[in-house]
Design a protein around this ligand. Structure first.
Ligand code: FES
Ligand SMILES: [Fe+2]
Length: 406
């Protein structure tokens, strides 16, 4: 018998705290569908970047579970999100992943929509047809410091705590004015939670990521980073220059600014900047690294010379689409101001290594030998944070849902 909401609630309630999750939460189809409906269908998800759609009519498409959303720059310069589903008989409208259009035209019977989603034309419909109430169905959209977020819920959950905190940190980096230098897309054969968990710890870094470890050090107390003199000094320097620093640890996100180790300026193999032109003109270039994560869809790192964002979207109960995006200054020229390989090799390798680790993790979880095991309370504290957040959020949503049904 397929598992249902009640089974999921029992698994979430009965799990052992500080241990990995019961097997069905990583590989059961019905429980995966509940993740899609309750979490990815209702939480705020990183869609992309404002610099992907600088001009009116530029759009990109993002698929979240079974839903597909067109994110488009409208005539007035705003960012809009619409279900990629025609209001005539429901055809998918945009096949292209991105593009530019004056109107969004359904390829089936050529109904066309303005960039604000209103139905512009429904060719040769019967007399008396008005098209009223047949605009594209909108999704909630919010931008933070050049990043674009979507929420498919009727009533989106509060986003202001996250948006306010992150907005301040991102503001000086001017990501809305940047450009995408490189993108990778990879389907990882693992449940999205396996991929998320892997992204939240560096316990595996010493053996898993030799290249990343050349510049990526976690040798400070996460609970009290200001105890570290180098971190405290950077925060003081930033504050004096009016640049947001410090650490904000939210329930479903964290953002912090920390310095690189001595002699390191960026996340590259040699530790030198990859891009000659900085993302933004800051009062000093040794701004360190902005580290940011938000559950369930992303983490990002912003440096003086580039930013790398890692987005995880479910594409099946054991399949996750990982998209990595590198942003650089809009006027930086490839081959002159930066070399693409130098820019991307550390995170590209790291992301490939993580895919292997997650897939191997999933294969082990799927066997009869799997029982939940203990997280490292120091080195996997962010995995614990993620899993606790997941379990509590799902329990709340399921309880509310079950009450609604009762
Ligand atoms: S389904 Fe889109 S025009 Fe017919
Ligand atoms: Fe990793």
């Amino acid at each position: 018998m397929p598992l249902d909401e009640k089974d999921m609630l029992d698994l979430l309630t009965g799990r052992t705290p500080f241990f990995s999750l019961p097997q069905p939460l990583y590989n059961d189809q019905a429980l995966y569908e509940l993740d899609l409906d309750l979490l990815f269908g209702r939480r705020w998800i990183l869609a992309g970047f404002e610099c992907q759609i600088k001009e009116p009519g530029q759009f990109f498409v993002v698929d979240i579970g079974r839903n597909s959303i067109i994110v488009v720059r409208d005539e007035a310069g705003g960012v809009r999100g619409f279900f990629n589903t025609c209001r005539h008989r429901g055809s998918r409208i945009c096949d292209a992943e991105s593009g530019k259009a004056k109107r969004l035209v359904c390829p089936y019977h050529q109904w066309s929509y303005k960039l604000d989603g209103t139905l512009a034309k429904a060719p040769n419909m019967h007399e008396g047809f008005t098209g009223e109430g047949l605009d594209l169905r909108p999704a909630h959209v919010q931008t933070i410091g050049g990043t674009i977020w979507l929420c498919l819920a009727k009533q989106p959950p509060d986003f202001t705590t996250h948006a306010d905190a992150v907005g301040q940190f991102l503001a000086p980096h001017r990501l809305a004015d940047a450009k995408v230098a490189y993108t990778t897309k990879a389907y990882v054969n693992a449940n999205w939670k396996v991929v998320d968990e892997n992204s939240r710890e560096c316990y595996h870094c010493p053996t898993g990521h030799p290249e990343l470890l050349r510049t990526f050090k976690n040798d400070f107390n996460r609970a009290a980073p200001a105890d570290n003199p180098a971190i405290a000094a950077l925060w003081r320097k930033c504050e004096a220059a009016g640049i947001a620093a410090g650490l904000v640890d939210g329930k479903d996100f964290r953002i912090s600014r920390i310095p690189f180790a001595e002699g390191i300026q960026s996340t590259t193999l040699e530790g030198k900047p990859a891009v000659a032109r900085p993302l933004a003109d800051l009062p000093f270039p040794d701004i360190g690294q902005l580290r940011w994560h938000h559950f369930p869809s992303m983490f990002g790192h912003v440096y003086n010379d580039y930013a790398m964002f890692y987005r995880m979207l479910p594409a099946g109960q054991e399949r996750t689409l990982v998209t990595a995006t590198w942003l650089v200054a809009a006027d930086a020229v490839e081959g002159i101001d930066y070399d693409l390989r130098t820019l991307t090799e550390v995170w590209d390798l790291t992301n490939e290594q993580d895919a292997v680790l997650s897939e191997r993790n999933q294969r082990g979880i799927n066997t009869d030998g799997y029982v939940p095991g203990p997280y490292n309370k120091v080195q996997e504290r962010d995995v614990i944070k993620f899993v606790d957040w997941y379990c509590e959020t799902m329990k709340d949503l399921l309880t509310a849902g079950i009450r609604e049904l009762a």
